[in-house]
Write a protein that binds this ligand. Sequence first.
Ligand code: HEM
Length: 403
Amino acid sequence: MPQLVSELDLPYLDTVGLERREAVDAIAAARSVHWLARSELGYSVTRQQDVTAILRDQRFHSALSMIEQSPELQGSSARDRRGESILTMEGPGHARLRRLVAPAFTPRSAERMRPFMREVVTSLVDGFSARGRCDLVADLCDPYPIPIICELLGAPREDWKLFSAWATDIFRIFNANLVEDLPLIKKASAELDEYVGALILERRARPAADLLSDLIAVEEGGDRLSSDELVGLAEAVLMAGTDTTRNQLACSVALLADHPDQWRALAEHPELAAGAVEETMRVLGAVRGTSRFASVDVEYRDVLFPAGTMVALSMVSANFDPEVWADPGRMDITRTTRAQQMTFGSGVHFCLGASLARAELQEALPILARRLPNLAVDGQVDWKPDSVGIWGPARLPLAFDPT
Ligand code: HEM
């Protein structure tokens, strides 16, 4: 007989306001008692094996759709369209979209962007490397992903600023003052829609070597992506692929700045880049968790989760699970553990842009290690508040030998 989740004797896990180390310790204490913990949101899952299993269990649905169901967004065009977003869809509709877009997001498609990534990073570093100081967030991390997404979609260079402004405004959906921000969010969404709609018409007439042309060309058994689906995907890519990469790059560099020997090793051996990306994403991931709700009554590990139960999946906890990683608190870019770090998620919603994000980080880190020798944090690092979903430094002041 399964036990009702609300009747279990569980540890309480509350990491709000804790320093990162303290949070990791609190998680470890809860994890050692039970694979589940009670938390503000509902229940937290802390062991890597269970986080993975629940993310792969399609009876649990993305809780992001809850944002769209919020009363503030009812009847807004932003809500209507995002209700169809790949991030929140489930079941056969989601599977169909993933199948259709998968060929455009393979490691090979990311490969063709690498020279452009190096070009963008190099030109940004050229802007500050002679100074010997920078705020890495403003000088590099913030501007870096926009040209990549624009190039990927096929938007010309002169429109990068437009995309940057739209991304900023659309991201307000994750802020606390949704009612106040809604007009800006709707305006940016409408402008982006119109822009991408026009770009699609152009690419239908004249295909080019870009993602939109690939997506337009996609056809499987007579099934094609509609214009609305294409616009929705372009918006999802802009939303999911900019702030994540920015924050992850800043997190990775902040961490490496505290490990000068590994920074030096990366400069001398750029082939360590892939390991450096995986290990820094494990130790300091920009996405620290996600949530799901039980779409039906779910029995898992002899526990009954009644329909509607919210479950938080902690990537931080899974990434520090001692059952999977020996000495999990130790950062080592040469680590050989075969398990995957969890910051890209798992299951049907596993990050669609993981290959692209990995390539962006793998190209940026060795260039930075080479161009910013003797790197050190230079003043106060301002971390974003805990409440922010995609997390990292808001300001990362660094000093290094001018190059
Ligand atoms: C380091 C950077 C990134 C991180 C840490 C990251 C992380 C994630 C995570 C954790 C999810 C799953 C969310 C969940 O299960 O609730 C996700 C989904 C997604 N990501 Fe990423 N992401 C990154 C970069 C990118 C990039 C560059 C793109 C696009 C080019 C992208 C596109 C997407 C999309 C479209 C989804 C939704 C997939 C689906 O629901 O089927 N991401 N990402």
